[in-house]
Design a protein around this ligand. Structure first.
Ligand code: FA5
Ligand code: MG
Length: 369
């Protein structure tokens, strides 16, 4: 689908100008960009493990059918990720992919038993230093050969899980060396069983960097690999790059500032990002009664991004209470504004905050306090 068809007047369309402007940026294909550097480093690792095995795709378009994004991945009908609160819809049947898993089934149908797919993905999400509405994922999948596990299906699933964890631990070693603390956490995905997430200790907290698991049998059965066993993963490239290059804020990946871009060079994994300056943050609180019609933090975040662009660093709920008599609920959010490039002045922040307050009322139906 052509790009200009992304912002449509379809009543389901919830793609904002802010998001629209990011489509086609393709940070993962910009040679000296940290997202591209980490992509290449991961490709190198997988090539070294099984030379010539993995087919690679990094030009698949982010506009996909809801069927590919959800149905083919067995995401159940009422699952939260399908809601327009979480996903950008172009029309009722078309979305901006929210994960690279959207391409798993079709790539299997094309007959590829092993592949790596890299691309930009889109999500309505909360705002903080490690969440951004556009980010990059790499999908990996390998279907095992029956003779690798003696043909027994249960042994096949166990073999897939073992290889998956070994590979991803090996990848973490390859990227970060042995000094980095990692842990496996049990997880749930509709398209894998069992499922796991890998977390890395970074800047004082555990950062989730990937999800993975043994591919649901139905997905293989329906897409040309009947009765076979496979593992799959989805990596968050910004998160891995943040750890690798010590990049403290996910917004920096979008900086066109040479002070950022100049620090990275293709093939160099040893760069430690030097913050060029930490400009002061400015905090603004906003309190309001929630509308009867419902309210979500993602909607607020979208309003704030719309008004502030990348000047918003975090949006955090700091207080909530329900009035004992009226039963109405009030929330107070703290919005942190900070530029990566310069000091902000009061006037511009006040203007942004005024726009946020105005849209909270006009668009979200909140009653300011
Ligand atoms: C998925 O997207 C699954 N498709 C991954 C997967 C693939 C599992 C294949 C099993 C098999 P999840 O929603 O947890 O999972 O996202 C994967 C990774 O994307 C996260 O671990 C994190 O590193 C990154 N990520 C998620 N949301 C954001 C965000 N808002 N900003 C930056 N990175 C994010
Ligand atoms: Mg997750």
């Amino acid at each position: 689908m052509a790009q200009q068809e992304v912002l449509t007047s379809h009543p389901f369309n919830n793609v904002t100008e802010n998001i629209f402007s990011k489509i086609g940026a393709n940070l993962h294909r910009r040679q000296n960009h940290p997202i591209c550097i980490i992509k290449e480093a991961i490709y190198d690792f997988f090539n070294s493990q099984r030379p010539g095995t993995y087919a690679k795709f990094d030009e698949l378009h982010p506009v996909v059918s809801a069927a590919a994004n959800f149905d083919e991945m067995l995401v159940p009908a009422g699952h939260v990720s399908r809601s327009p609160n979480d996903t950008y819809y172009i029309d009722a049947d078309t979305v901006l992919r929210c994960h690279t898993s959207a391409h798993q089934a079709a790539t299997l149908r094309q007959g590829h038993p092993a592949f790596l797919i890299t691309g930009d993905v889109y999500r309505r999400d909360s705002i903080d230093q490690s969440h951004y509405p556009v980010f990059h994922q790499m999908e990996g999948l390998r279907v095992l050969e029956p003779d690798e596990y003696g043909g027994d299906p249960a042994a096949g699933a166990a073999a897939a899980e073992r290889e998956l964890k070994e590979l991803l631990e090996g990848l973490a070693q390859h990227l970060f060396g042995s000094g980095t603390e990692c842990r496996w956490v049990d997880a749930y995905f509709p398209f894998t069983t069992p499922s796991f997430e890998l977390e890395i200790f970074f800047n004082g907290q555990w950062l989730e960097v990937l999800g993975c698991g043994v591919v649901e049998q139905q997905i293989l059965d329906k897409n040309g690999f009947e009765g076979r066993r496979a593992w799959a993963f989805g990596l968050g490239l910004e998160r891995l790059a943040m750890v690798l290059f010590q990049i403290p804020d996910i917004r920096l990946f979008w900086a066109e500032d040479q002070r950022f871009l100049k620090q990275f060079r293709a093939g160099d994994l040893r760069t430690a990002f030097k913050p060029y300056s930490k400009y002061p943050a400015c905090f603004k609180d906003v309190s309001f009664w929630l509308p009867e019609t419902g309210f979500t933090e993602n909607n607020l975040c979208e309003v704030v991004r719309g008004a502030a662009g990348d000047l918003v660093e975090a949006v955090e709920l700091i207080d909530a209470f329900t009035h004992p008599k009226t039963g109405r609920t009030s929330n107070c959010f703290r919005i942190s504004y900070r530029s990566m490039e310069r000091s902000l002045n009061d006037e511009e922040i006040n203007a942004i905050q005024a726009q946020v307050r105005e849209e909270l009322t006009a668009k979200l139906g909140a009653e300011l306090r």
